[in-house]
Design a protein around this ligand. Structure first.
Ligand SMILES: [Cu+2]
Length: 188
């Protein structure tokens, strides 16, 4: 073996080793974000619970999927209502109002936002005055590809200049399916 051949052999070996290390490093790099991503999402949502921590864990939040929900905060009752079913990918009208002693009181700077435990984009809406002391927003929520349907709604605003907020939960309904091809009893 000449020196030249030996040198060439070493270079090839170095290239192969380099390739292996690169591939391993790359594999690690690709895998790494997946796991912490989910954990971070959960932690973020828990941290964002804010005022609702008083109401207990997220499972204890008022569920507005089938009926209006309300939360008592600082002597004010915050009520949240939605057009039902709460369909994904459809314009759904949400209504909110603040009550004191059963009568509506002004909810200033009313805002409604939606999130899941994972990042699902920005879903913040300003509430606009509606009838009967209600404030409204037309909301379109996407269906999560994970199959999870649980969303959290945060209602915020001010009553008498004092900030109020509360959290609710909801199960989003999948969009109506395309009409399935009629079951064909004759097909055998
Ligand atoms: Cu999702």
């Amino acid at each position: 073996m000449t020196r030249r051949e030996t040198l060439l052999g070493l270079l090839v070996l170095a290239a192969v080793l380099g390739g292996v290390l690169w591939a391993r490093g790359r594999g690690r790099g690709e895998r790494a974000p997946a796991a912490p991503g989910g954990v971070a999402g959960t932690a973020g949502a828990t941290g964002a619970t804010g005022a609702a921590t008083a109401a207990g864990p997220e499972g204890a939040l008022p569920d507005v999927t089938l009926a209006d929900g309300s939360v008592e905060v600082g002597g004010v009752r915050l009520v949240l209502s939605a057009e039902r079913p709460i369909l994904a990918f459809s314009k759904v009208r949400w209504r909110a109002r603040a009550e004191s002693g059963g009568a509506p009181v002004a909810l200033e700077d009313g805002r409604l936002s939606f999130e899941m435990t994972m990042p699902m984009g920005d879903h913040r809406y300003a509430l606009l005055p509606g009838a009967g002391g209600w404030q409204e927003a037309e909301v379109v929520l996407p269906m999560c590809r994970s199959g999870s349907r649980t969303w959290f709604a945060t209602l915020e605003g001010k009553v008498g200049g004092k900030p109020v907020s509360s959290r609710f939960r909801l199960e989003l309904s999948p969009p109506p399916e395309e009409p399935a091809p009629a079951a064909t009893p004759a097909a055998r």
